[in-house]
Design a protein around this ligand. Sequence first.
Ligand code: AMP
Ligand code: MG
Length: 267
Amino acid sequence: MDRYRITKGREFRLADWDPGETKGFDGGKVEARAELAELTSKLDDLQEKLYANGRHRVLVVLQGMDTAGKGGTIRRVFEGVNPSGVRVAAFKAPTEPELAHDFLWRIHPQVPGNGEIVIFDRSHYEDVLIVRVRELVPPKRWKARYRHIRDFERMLADEGTAICKFFLHISKDEQGERLQARLDNPHKHWKFRLSDLEERKRWDDYQEAYEAAIQQTSARQAPWYVVPADHKWYRDLVVCRTLVKTLEALELDYPPSPDDLSDAVVE
Ligand code: AMP
Ligand code: MG
């Protein structure tokens, strides 16, 4: 899955990345779902070790355009994992008190603690995405945020947090189909907002903003993964494989009991 990892953003051009490709897997949806089932069970074991060790923290950032599948990815990738070991933090439009503070104020309390995996469904990146596209603060302010984000993530990494940032990359055509499907299905209207159509009109501005964010905030200790997400089964596979690899790299073991168990007898 290294092919999708960006650790140096300078040369990154979003136009070079095909949202519809499935090159990292030899097979189709059915085979991919089978592999995903194996991977999620691995992820479950790894999560248990992470918790047992209690020394590492894992932060997963999910970003993408509307309908890119942030919710679906969370559901599929973590369905086999013990719910006690993972937490989702969703970041919506900021509240009044949140707006009265710096943009990281609401983010920092949600980062993972020891032994924890936290998934950010949207994140501090909204503050250089929608905020940039919609000009919610003056340019001088959002421009400085790339540096603040780099520094913040470096601090988290230095303090023991493994960070994976996923951009779920869909094409404009695919988004059109998914929005239409939502509109055609009354059971999906609860997650349809007229503002989604307004955001879609700004598609190119958003692509530019995503490109800039990835260029400016990719780092060895906080890589971006550009996930081809037009095919849901491929998207889930790429995310899950990446997480399994990231957790495996921590070389987790089951720690011994704090007690000496050599004479322990169950009567
Ligand atoms: P959803 O994830 O579809 O429920 O929508 C949440 C909405 O909140 C999206 O339109 C986001 O762009 C918006 N949002 C999240 N964070 C921010 C932020 N920091 N500033 C402005 N809007 C935000
Ligand atoms: Mg939405």
